[in-house]
Design a protein around this ligand. Structure first.
Ligand SMILES: Nc1ncnc2c1ncn2[C@@H]1O[C@H](COP(=O)(O)OP(=O)(O)OP(=O)(O)O)[C@@H](O)[C@H]1O
Ligand SMILES: [Mg+2]
Length: 300
């Protein structure tokens, strides 16, 4: 099976430093989220994969086409959010989308129909006939994202797609991304919002120091930094007793059976590292002790 996205020893230096250090990666489909601290090289990688920047060494292929040698063919299969330049401030939201659809080869009627569908799905129908110059930042961002979805590309690159969006727009965009993926589109996205990666991604990789330092499902990344543990906490949320890993049901049952009278006033909580914890631990940054809480009262 041809990998959808394939990196082989991909390297890039910028401003005298190694930004991407001999990256190897195979993505066969689904939603892939690339995480990493500021300056990790996420945008650089997206730029190379969407043919906007050349690698210095190694190679990258999209559906078997080399991003340098077959750039034109690669462009035919991809959509990207790097289309800011295509948005014309003087035109309305609708005119922009119709123009982009026409440039991508749709007929007049189809272009209008597609523009209206996108305007509706990004909640831009009401402002569609105002010039983009009058739009707020989040509204512009939505036009920009709608523009990347005019065609249904085989591969969609989204660099921090929800930055600057309000919660409702963010939820709508998540739905749009999930819908594209369900249609078979491979989505390669970067994000700083770990809840976003958790909600959407089939696979997550963390880029740091030019290398991928962790790669797998969200659950796998979380399991790298700890396991779910059952604890008893008091009213103030202080841990009074650690019962043990929830994976060890026998030991946990023995602990619960042996609880003393005063323990019954405490709450049982399951504490599991979050993707935030995993991100901070795997990128070697000092962490907070954020823990997802699933709390339940122990029989009173
Ligand atoms: N044109 C350029 N010239 C020199 N250095 C650059 C250039 N573009 C990016 N860099 C450097 O390359 C590194 C990676 O930048 P990049 O934009 O890819 O990071 P990022 O992971 O997308 O960060 P962020 O989370 O802030 O968006 C940074 O150190 C940046 O300063
Ligand atoms: Mg970036």
């Amino acid at each position: 099976m041809t990998a959808v996205i394939e990196l082989d020893g991909l390297g890039k230096r910028l401003g005298g430093q190694t930004v991407l250090d001999s990256l190897a990666l195979d993505i066969t489909g689904g939603i892939f989220a690339l995480l990493g601290p500021n300056g990790a090289g996420k945008t650089t990688l997206v730029s190379i994969l969407s043919t906007l920047m050349r690698p210095d060494s190694g190679s990258a292929r999209i559906l078997g086409h080399d991003v340098e040698r077959d750039a034109a063919r690669v462009r035919r299969h991809i959509g990207t959010t790097g289309q800011y330049a295509a948005i014309d401030e003087a035109l309305t939201g609708r005119e922009n989308l119709v123009m982009i659809a026409r440039l991508l080869g749709l007929g007049t009627l189809d272009a209008r129909r597609r523009a209206d569908e996108l305007l509706a799905s990004f909640d831009l129908a009401e402002t569609a006939n105002r010039p983009v110059a009058e739009y707020s930042g989040g509204m512009r961002r939505r036009v920009d994202l709608a523009a990347s979805l005019v065609l249904t590309p085989a591969v969609l690159f989204l660099d921090e797609p929800t930055t600057g969006l309000d919660p409702a727009s963010r939820a709508r965009l998540w739905d749009a991304i999930a819908a594209r993926a369900a249609e078979g589109c491979c989505v390669f996205m970067t994000t700083q919002m770990l809840d976003e990666a958790e909600a959407l991604a089939d696979r997550v990789a963390i880029l740091q120091g030019g290398r991928i330092v962790a790669d797998g499902t969200v659950d796998r990344l979380i399991s790298l930094v700890g396991t779910e543990t059952a604890v008893l906490v008091d009213e103030a949320g202080e841990v009074r007793r650690t019962l043990g890993a929830t994976g060890d049901a026998g030991a946990l049952a023995r602990q619960l059976a042996g609880l003393a009278e005063e323990d019954h006033r405490l709450h049982l909580e399951l504490r599991r590292p979050t993707l935030d914890d995993a991100f901070l631990a795997l990128t070697g940054q000092p962490g907070r002790t954020a823990a997802r809480r699933d709390s339940r009262e122990v029989a009173a």
